[in-house]
Design a binder for this molecule. Sequence first.
Ligand SMILES: [Zn+2]
Length: 69
Amino acid sequence: MCDASVLPERGPSQSEHCSSANGCALCGGRFGLIRYYSWRTALCSTKCVDRFRTRRERDRLWLFRAQFA
Ligand SMILES: [Zn+2]
């Protein structure tokens, strides 16, 4: 009755939240022998690093434009 202090369901939801730790942050694929890092984000290949950087750069440009619009 007074179990409010016990956190319910810590299992699946937590692992889902931290899925990027177990796979590529971009495509969600599993890592091979080598991991690539960009902006402290783990990625599976240089392809994903490239795409991630492009996306990130675009986001920054959007923010930049939004600020001065
Ligand atoms: Zn990937």
